[in-house]
Design a protein around this ligand. Structure first.
Ligand code: SF4
Length: 175
C-alpha cells in the first residue's frame, strides 16, 4: 500500500492508514514514517504481509484510491460497499481495526457509506467493522494524537515493544 501525507513533503498533512496502524504499536515509528525516514532495508514481515495481501481474495477485490489512502473494496453487501483489510495474523487486530475505521471515515466524507471487514486468511478469520458513534470518537482522538506526534520537533524516545524485534527501524533505534 502506498499512501501520501508527510511532514517534510509540504502541503496539507493527512493521517494515512500506515500511520494509524503504527500509532497503536509505536509512536516513534509514526514520527519516522511521517518524516519519510526510510528503513535501512525491506522488512521480511512487510514483504510477507504484502504478498498475502496481494494474493488473497484476488477475484473479489478492487483497489480504489481516495485521498491519502488506497482502499481494497471487496464487494457490495445489502447496497453497502464492503472495504477489506487483509492481515497476516490477528496479533495486531486493534491497529488493523483503527486503520479500517480511517478508511470508512474517508469514504463517508466522500459520500460513500461503507462497512469494513478484517480478514486474516491464514487463520480463516473475519471481523465486521462499522463506523458507529463510539468508533468515530476513538478515531478522532487517534487522528488528533497522530498529528500531535508528527509535529513534534524530534521523535519520541524509543521504547521496547514486541514489535521492535521485527521493526524495519530496529537498527535506527537500537544500534
Ligand atoms: S524499533 Fe521499536 S522503538 Fe524503534 S520504531 Fe520500531 S517499534 Fe518503535
Amino acid at each position: 500500500m502506498s499512501e501520501g501525507g508527510n511532514v517534510t513533503g509540504g502541503g496539507h498533512l493527512e493521517v494515512n492508514g500506515t500511520m494509524m496502524w503504527y500509532y497503536h504499536i509505536c509512536p516513534r515509528e509514526v514520527w519516522l514514517i511521517g518524516r519519510q525516514i526510510t528503513p535501512y532495508k525491506e522488512d521480511d514481515n512487510m514483504e510477507m504481509g504484502r504478498y498475502i495481501s496481494e494474493k488473497s481474495y484476488k477475484r473479489e477485490r478492487k483497489e480504489v484510491e481516495i485521498g491519502p489512502v488506497k482502499i481494497d473494496v471487496l464487494s457490495a453487501r445489502n447496497g453497502r460497499v464492503v472495504v477489506g483489510e487483509i492481515k497476516k495474523s490477528s496479533k495486531y487486530m486493534e491497529s488493523a481495526k483503527m486503520q479500517l475505521l480511517l478508511y470508512l471515515d474517508i469514504l463517508q466524507k466522500a459520500g460513500i457509506e461503507a462497512e469494513g471487514e478484517l480478514r486474516v486468511p491464514l487463520e480463516r478469520k473475519r471481523e465486521r467493522v462499522v463506523l458507529d458513534e463510539e468508533n468515530k470518537k476513538k478515531l478522532e482522538h487517534a487522528k488528533r494524537d497522530i498529528l500531535r506526534i508528527l509535529y513534534l520537533g524530534k521523535p519520541p524516545e524509543p521504547k521496547k515493544v514486541n514489535w521492535c524485534t521485527k521493526c524495519a527501524y530496529r537498527e535506527f533505534c537500537w544500534s
